[in-house]
Design a protein. Structure first.
Length: 562
């Protein structure tokens, strides 16, 4: 490969010894795959970056010493970001676990992406970290390899769903409008010149015409077929709670099946970066977190089945029966409900007709690159909306966060509020609600009403990402278990507090996460009173398997008495 095309790592420090040592260490591991440049101070470094920007050369990583003559590392990286917005910014600091360390406010304010600590250990610290940083940069901007090529009408709702699906699987793809030169050439190449539906080409030549979710998952190597019929535990849902339950169940020897109506991840899978998961120093993308958990559960022996929707649940003697959409039945000794929630819809007819054509529920990760140079709106005031706004701000010219409430503090983490406040192209509008939109084939503007004055304002925009809360996926359970007035599953003591005297059928009290149907448990966002956090859902997923063990042991004891 031409050395001019290799990604660049720029090292900046006022200390020659630091530069020399860091350059030597990085060159031994990354010298063949990157260009490692150095600058002996911030001013020459900025000049060097300006020259690289003028030549459109790919700067992947910027590693700046915090203590430099004339400018701090944070100040340098902030200025460098304006010239190379896709480069990952790394601050080199002395080890200091107090809140006075500059990485604490810099990370919170979104001024740096990562940090490295002096003294560094090449094999244990430096090399794994830089590998992760380079992979993160490549994931954001590399188009060297695409597993799928998609050609579809620009405003195809199904094409939007396919892009979201592939993004959540973290699979590289390219999308071309059917009427663009690239799209026309692709359709001609594939033999579908007049196609009015999405055409998907896999890199090995396989062509899918208007593929279903199951066909895409199978093309990615995922399972969609139910192989067994009887299990110790059946888990419905592959979000954080369901995946955690699957890992613990399978690792502890239970015959386990996971049924997921779409793909793994749930709402967490669409988050671009989750910073408050313990153990992930710089945060982790939701799709990456859930992909790892899914792979882990599978390696322990769980049957992972996607694109299969559970439609009913009932007891049949000592077993529980789950029916899926195609009419097949699965028998299980215990069931864990972890189906999570769906994004609540705006219910505005005109905007519903523009889904995939500028209106999106969630999906900020999949559509972010398409928003380059545009104004976009994010509707919502919780962490999901804040994370989406911060991610979109890396691509869009301007992001407006539309919040129904009168403050962000009630529903959004402090670190996100601070980061949004320091992001220059993000603005927050409080006490407003979306009432309509404009555009025939593509969103052109949204109409918002000031809740205090009633005044309606038109905001020109090309994208609106809606994250206004959640509704539990429980309609299929209405005839079998007790739900609260909003459809969330009642468990444990909440069942005993229910006005329905028949809400619990046994003499013993229900277990902590047990539903009104003995042997059926609930974990995560689907459960009444749950804490809407990824780590809490994962904790409930782990806890519920201990309760399943107790339930199954009680079954064995009962059988032994017969």
């Amino acid at each position: 490969m031409n050395s001019q095309c290799l990604p660049i790592i720029l090292l900046v420090s006022s200390e020659h010894a630091v530069l020399s040592s860091l350059e030597d260490d990085l060159s031994r591991r990354f010298g063949n795959d990157t260009r490692i440049l150095t600058s002996d101070g911030p001013a020459p470094g900025l000049e060097q970056l300006s020259d690289l920007a003028a030549r459109h050369e790919p700067v992947a990583l910027l590693i700046a010493d915090e203590r430099m003559a004339g400018m701090t590392g944070v100040e340098f990286l902030t200025r460098a970001h304006a010239m190379h917005p896709m480069a990952k910014r790394i601050l080199l600091v002395e080890r200091d676990y107090t809140s006075a360390n500059p990485i604490v406010p810099a990370m919170t304010l979104g001024q740096i992406d990562f940090h490295l600590v002096k003294p560094w250990f090449p094999e244990r610290g430096l090399y794994p970290a830089v590998s992760e940083f380079l992979a993160s940069w490549a994931d954001m901007g590399s188009d060297d390899f695409t597993l799928f090529r998609i050609a579809a009408p620009e405003n195809s709702a199904r094409a939007y769903e396919l892009r979201d699906l592939l993004t959540r699987f973290n699979m590289p793809f390219t999308f071309h409008r059917s009427d663009s030169p690239e799209g026309i050439a692709l359709l001609d190449e594939l033999g579908y010149p007049d196609a009015r539906v999405p055409i998907v080409a896999r890199h090995d030549g396989r062509v899918l015409v208007d593929p279903s979710t199951a066909e895409i998952i199978e093309a990615l190597g995922g399972g969609t077929q139910i192989e067994g019929t009887v299990y110790d535990v059946a888990i419905v849902g592959a979000g954080p709670a369901g995946l955690s339950a699957a890992v613990y169940a399978a690792s502890e020897g239970l015959e386990t099946i996971v049924l997921e109506r779409q793909i793994s991840g749930g709402q967490a899978g669409s988050s671009s970066r989750i910073r408050n998961v313990p153990g992930f120093t710089w945060g982790i993308g939701g799709h990456d977190l859930t992909r790892r958990a899914c792979e882990q559960a599978w390696l322990f022996g769980a049957d992972m089945v996607f694109a299969q929707e559970a439609t009913s649940l009932r007891a049949a003697g000592e077993q529980l029966v789950l029916e899926v959409a195609e009419g097949r039945e699965i028998l299980a000794r215990a069931v864990v409900l972890a189906a999570g929630v769906n994004w609540r819809r705006l219910g505005i007819e005109h905007l519903e007709g523009l889904i995939g054509a500028g209106v999106f529920y969630g999906a900020a990760a999949s559509e972010a690159r398409a928003m380059r140079g545009k104004h976009v709106c994010v509707v919502g005031g919780a962490n999901s909306a804040g994370q989406a706004a911060a991610h979109l701000a890396k691509y869009a010219d301007e992001v407006t966060l539309l919040v129904r409430g009168d403050s962000l503090e009630r529903s959004m983490s402090e670190y996100l509020i601070t980061e949004l406040g320091e992001t220059p192209n993000v603005s927050v509008r409080l006490e407003v609600e979306v009432v309509d939109g404009e555009g025939e084939e593509q969103l052109e503007a949204v109409l918002v009403r000031d809740r205090a004055t009633g005044a309606v304002e038109r905001i020109p925009t090309r994208g609106m990402f809606v994250m206004i809360g959640a509704e539990p996926h429980t309609r299929w359970l209405e005839e079998s278990i007790e739900l609260d007035e909003r459809g969330f599953v009642l468990t444990g003591n909440d069942l005993l507090a229910s006005d329905d005297e028949d809400s619990w059928p046994l003499d013993r009290p229900p277990a902590l996460l047990e539903t009104s149907l003995p042997g059926v448990f609930a974990a995560g966002d689907i459960r009444h009173g749950s804490v809407k956090r990824v780590t809490t859902a994962m904790g409930e997923g782990a806890t519920v398997i201990q309760l399943v063990h107790h339930h199954l042991a009680a079954d064995q004891a009962e059988l032994a008495r017969i």
